[in-house]
Design a protein around this ligand. Structure first.
Ligand code: GDP
Ligand code: IMO
Ligand code: MG
Length: 422
């Protein structure tokens, strides 16, 4: 049975939450494998907007099993709040439909304090993180001093937390309080704890499995615009590491991208615009971070980076979101290549030291006006949208199988069901 990995191809916020919600209708198991509550995945159901930060969007559909993989880092206070919030809305969240890996590292006030200090020291060069303690928690994991969910029962917990404070020279945190808070979660948490790797392996032949990527490929620790990245592997390799599955189990990789480009936080953004265009895109696209509320930086679609992201993830199919946001513009632009020191460049690695110096070459397109954006079939798509899709397919060399024209479920247009084509 298919195992489909859904991954963001830009700097996050591509609309993964919405597409995951759509595709999870056909899935039995939905898995989140990296990051923590630095993510904000929006799903709109019956005019209600929900932003999920830790639990996969599949939790919103009855009868699905959701898993949190060992590559994640979790703030247990926020996790508990998310569970309670979903329950308050009438959704079932119980050990019957949610399992969490004991290998997940927990975020504590120590890592948040460390992050404040790091961003402070970086000053003008700060990453502009979400301040959720994500980076320092992954750093402590790499230093081999982190605390996993499976360690919460450890009688030595307080001493281990003290070691973390000592290493980072943090003196203003009461470790016994941190230990008590962590231990206070054990009661409700324990029934949810089960290693997803074994669940996935034993269901591979009988279940449709969907992996809900987080962040975006250009934020990948290894392949993104380092150092302006997050601290996990957001590209396809992260799936295998987090979940311990055979890479050959991934039947199809679907890459989600926005019809234009946005970024929250600092770092290079070659096609970034200013002035009226940004106001237009930000207003129509509601481009404010779903996690921090920060205005997102906006610009035109960047094919040089999209080609790279499609390649690094071995993307089989593309899904484009927010095409409706371009509607109404008399003209819109796409950068098909860059110019660097007088030479043309079709593709560039995001980590390339020249990424800040490239000059995008813009192709100009006639705008379109969408009259209808919901309950459409592929054959009903506006000619301007089809032209846009054909252009992307030719330039990236990958088929577009889904177009999103709004926030709701009914505004998604699918070429075919990916579950039947995998
Ligand atoms: P994610 O992090 O990739 O899940 O994306 P976010 O939820 O952070 O941000 C995407 C935003 O765009 C959310 O507010 C969605 O409701 C919204 N959205 C998703 N798809 C579309 C679309 O096709 N059109 C419009 N106008 N908004 C969309
Ligand atoms: P979703 O899953 C957008 C960005 C932050 C910052 C950088 C590092 O909703 O697409 P971190 O707190 O992770 O150490 O911050 O990465 N970032 C995101 N931007 N969407 C996200 O997630 C992001 N996750 C991290 O803004 O620039
Ligand atoms: Mg988001």
């Amino acid at each position: 049975m298919p195992l489909i990995a859904l991954l963001g191809l830009q700097w996050g916020d591509e609309g993964k939450g919405k597409i995951c919600d759509i595709l999870s209708e056909g899935a039995d198991i939905i898995v989140r494998h990296i990051g923590g509550n630095n993510a904000g995945h929006t799903v709109v159901i019956n005019d209600r907007k929900l932003v999920l930060r830790i639990i996969p969007a599949g939790i919103l559909r009855p009868g699905k099993l959701c898993l949190l993989g060992g590559g994640m880092v979790v703030d247990l206070n926020r996790f508990y709040e998310e569970i309670e919030f979903l329950r308050s809305l009438g959704y079932e969240v119980s050990p019957n439909n949610l399992k969490i890996s004991p290998r997940i590292h927990v975020i504590t006030p120590i890592q948040k304090e460390l992050e404040r200090r790091i961003e402070d020291v970086l000053g003008n060069g700060a990453i502009g993180t979400t301040m959720r303690g994500i980076g320092p928690t992954y750093a402590d994991k790499a230093l081999r001093v982190g605390i996993r969910i499976g360690d919460l029962l450890d009688s030595d917990l307080e001493r281990r937390l003290k070691v973390v404070c000592d290493i980072h020279k943090i003196e203003n945190i009461d470790v016994s309080e941190v230990a008590d808070t962590l231990k206070s979660h054990i009661g409700w948490l324990e029934p949810f704890v089960e290693e997803p790797a074994s669940i996935i392996r034993s269901n591979l032949n009988t279940a449709n499995i969907l992996l809900e990527g987080a962040h975006g490929s250009l934020l990948d620790l290894e392949w993104g615009t380092y150092p302006f990245v997050t601290s996990s592997n957001t590209t396809v390799g992260g799936v295998v590491t987090s979940l311990g599955i055979d890479p050959r189990c991934i039947s199809k990789t679907i890459g989600v991208f926005k019809a234009y480009q946005t970024r929250v936080g600092n770092g290079p953004f070659p096609t970034e615009q200013s002035g009226e265009v940004v106001e237009y895109l930000r207003k129509r696209g509601n481009e404010y971070g779903s996690t921090t509320g920060r205005p997102r930086r906006c610009g035109w679609l960047d094919l040089s980076l999209l080609r790279f992201a499609a390649k690094i993830n071995s993307v089989d199919y593309l899904v484009v979101t927010k095409v409706d946001v371009l509607s109404g513009l008399s003209r819109y632009y796409i950068s098909d290549k860059y110019v660097l020191n007088g030479s043309e460049l079709k593709e560039i690695e995001p980590y390339n030291m020249h990424i800040g110096n490239v000059v995008p070459n813009y192709m100009e397109f006639q705008g379109f006006n969408l009259e209808k954006t919901s309950n459409l079939e592929w054959k009903d798509l506006d000619k301007g949208v089809l032209k846009y899709i054909e252009y992307i397919e030719k330039e990236v060399g990958t088929e577009v199988i889904g177009v999103s024209l709004g926030t709701t479920r009914s505004s998604y247009v699918s070429k075919f069901s990916v579950w039947e084509h995998s």
